[in-house]
Design a protein around this ligand. Structure first.
Ligand code: ZN
Length: 282
């Protein structure tokens, strides 16, 4: 009996002696969770009244996604802008994320927006039109000239059909369009061509037709454009986000991130949404 009591006492003392560790462990766990949320809490766009939603979404994403994406950014964007990736929101103006202008059916440019670094297209083949000088962003042109030269070595003679397009020019095109729900043509202010960073590229033989998809020219663009800072802007299966049917010829210059976008299989909207905190807009 005495022995049993002694044994029970030992057990009780043993359990009590563990208590601080149990508490300590609990404490550490809580602290780790807070540390996980630290980046969220420090974010400019963190809205305290949505705190619980952020934390819940963060935990879900953490379990569902591998580490290819910035989970903090994605959490914030998902809660702050749940309809961002829908191509059919009300139109808004000006969205530049990390120096990358996003122009689509929702986000547009002002009537007076003219890019500052436009230069005349030269040293490459392009379609000359009366009373029109073809213009393109300087950096984009330099990059395209390299792409053009590499294509030449593969007996592909690329031609630019369209580059910078002013608001007025886009308005004229829209006026000429018979279909108001045209899924190829953008409203004035909502054409990427107004940024000076977009080009329509094909060969003179093929032109801007869907036949381009079935040619080695498209295969070449698909496999090489990103090496020179361009992305195929309207890829397959992304129409619900980009707002445009798949387009083979429309290239958008994005610079260094082209490689990452290419590897991620995301369209530009998704890439920005997954990787950058969307700035607060009205
Ligand atoms: Zn285009």
């Amino acid at each position: 009996m005495k022995k049993t009591l002694l044994f029970i006492s030992f057990i009780i003392i043993f359990i009590l002696s563990l208590t601080p560790f149990i508490f300590k462990n609990n404490h550490t766990t809580t602290k780790n969770n807070n540390q996980n949320y630290d980046a969220l809490l420090k974010s400019n766009n963190f809205n305290l009244s949505l705190k619980d939603e952020y934390f819940k979404t963060y935990d879900t994403l953490k379990n569902d996604l591998n580490n290819n994406y910035n989970i903090t950014t994605l959490t914030l964007n998902k809660i702050n802008y749940p309809n961002f990736l829908s191509a059919y929101n009300d139109t808004k103006q000006y969205l530049i994320i990390n120096n990358i202008p996003l122009v689509n059916r929702i986000y547009g440019l002002d009537k007076d927006f003219i890019p500052s670094n436009l230069v005349s297209v030269e040293n490459v083949d392009y379609i000359k039109r009366d009373n029109e000088i073809m213009l393109l962003n300087k950096e984009a042109l330099n990059a395209y000239q390299q792409l053009y030269n590499v294509a030449k070595t593969k007996n592909i003679n690329l031609t630019i059909f369209s580059a910078y397009r002013s608001y007025e020019k886009q308005a004229t095109l829209w006026g000429e369009s018979l279909d108001p729900n045209n899924k190829f043509l953008a409203l004035p202010g909502h054409s990427e061509h107004q940024t000076g960073l977009a080009i329509d590229v094909s060969t003179r033989e093929i032109g801007l037709t869907n036949h381009l998809f079935n040619t080695k020219v498209f295969q070449f663009l698909k496999q090489n454009a990103h090496k020179f800072g361009f992305i195929i802007r309207y890829p397959e299966n992304k129409s619900n986000i980009t707002g445009y049917f798949q387009e083979a010829w429309h290239l958008r210059y994005v610079g260094d991130i082209a490689e990452e976008i290419y590897n991620s299989n995301l369209c530009l909207e998704e890439y920005l949404y997954y990787n950058y905190e969307i700035p607060i807009f009205l």
